[in-house]
Design a protein around this ligand. Structure first.
Ligand code: HMG
Ligand code: MG
Length: 303
């Protein structure tokens, strides 16, 4: 088995990371975080989401955040959109990619976007079509691909089912997301295999939360299958407001440290990434939620 020589990281910190913060995070702080990530070499990130401000107040400043970013030409600034209303606002902000977000679990779909899985696909179809018509790429997130906070274990067949529906409406790439971080390597591999029934290897990404400390193991298990795109979050920020108890996404720093240690390129400068993790953590008033940042920041203080 050969690991890939390079991996694409999608940093979801500004969106998945900050959406769950209780304290208001000003748009300027979000924009600064995005600039710092790009400065560290991140070439794809989730900047914000165009969702109902009643459902996710923290993302109400999406247009302001998108307008405030000084764009770097080779960077993809993705946004989440659950419906046409979101897409229409998003297109005014010139996103590089639009992400529709479905789920492998019916209960989570209802709690997160207030509709069934089948209804979500009906809503996504025109979003995907309009995004493509505007020349914008699409990705589909499959939340709760291993376990659901309301239904428990989620089967690989449920993942394959949503992957097929996403493929049918033209979604170009999909993310297999362990939203509540309960997955272990073989279960994650089964979920990946299910997604790969309908998408090519290069089109599938892994999105792991570290709630149970399994995210690096699950990343490695996915790498072993040839998956080479991972969604991670600077400083391990994150959690979904509709998945109670789920802690942050795996820290980008931890994944980058592991990959670089394995000789796998990411194009990211770890020191600058830690600067970004440090800056947002200082704003939030807590230590970064990732082992590598904590260890390296201690070393810096000692030096
Ligand atoms: P709804 O209440 O059924 O929507 O919510 P509606 O169509 O009935 O509209 C109700 C109101 O919301 C109306 O306003 C609409 O205009 C407004 P009112 O007339 O009451 O003033 N509205 C919107 N406003 C702004 N932007 C929009 C929008 N759509 C409707 N796009 C809806 C349905 C999908 C809108 C809602 O449930 C929602 O916004 N959900 C988003 C939840 C969310 O963002 N969750 C986090 C992202 S998913 C995640 O984090 C997991 C992931 O990262 C993977 C992982 O981590 O594992 C992807
Ligand atoms: Mg997430």
């Amino acid at each position: 088995m050969a690991y890939p020589t390079s991996v694409d990281i999608i940093d979801v910190g500004p969106r998945d990371g900050l959406q769950n913060e209780k304290q208001p995070v000003p748009a300027a702080v979000k924009i600064d975080l995005i600039h710092r990530l790009v400065h560290a070499g991140v070439r794809h990130l989730e900047a914000t989401s165009f969702v109902s401000p009643k459902w996710v107040p923290q993302m109400a400043d999406a247009p302001e955040v998108m307008a405030g970013i000084e764009r770097t030409p080779d960077v993809i600034y993705s946004v989440l959109t659950p419906n046409m209303k979101g897409l229409e606002s998003a297109l005014g902000s010139q996103p590089g990619e639009v992400v529709v977000f479905g789920a492998a679990s019916e209960a989570f779909s209802q709690k997160n976007i207030n509709c069934s899985v089948a209804e979500s696909i009906e809503r996504f179809a025109p979003v995907v079509e309009a995004a493509h018509a505007a020349g914008v790429a699409t990705r589909g997130a499959i939340s709760c691909a291993v376990g659901c906070p309301y239904e428990g274990d989620v089967s690989a067949d449920a993942v394959a089912h949503v992957a097929r529906l996403m493929k049918e409406i033209g979604v170009q790439r999909i993310a297999v997301a362990d939203t509540i971080g309960v997955g272990t390597p073989r279960r994650v591999q089964a979920a990946m295999e299910a997604a790969l029934r309908h998408y090519d290897l290069a089109q599938v990404s892994g999105h792991f939360h570290d709630t149970y400390g399994q995210a690096l193991a699950n990343t490695l298990a996915s790498l072993e299958m040839g998956i080479r795109v991972f969604e991670t979050s600077v400083a391990g920020l994150g959690g979904c407001p509709y998945a109670k108890g789920a802690t942050g996404n795996v820290a980008t720093e931890d994944v980058v440290y592991m990959l670089h240690g394995m000789g796998i390129e990411t194009g990211i400068d770890l020191d600058r990434l830690i600067d970004a993790a440090d800056a947002i953590s200082q704003f939030l008033g807590r230590a970064p939620n990732g082992r590598v940042s904590v260890a390296k920041l201690k070393q810096r203080v000692a030096a």
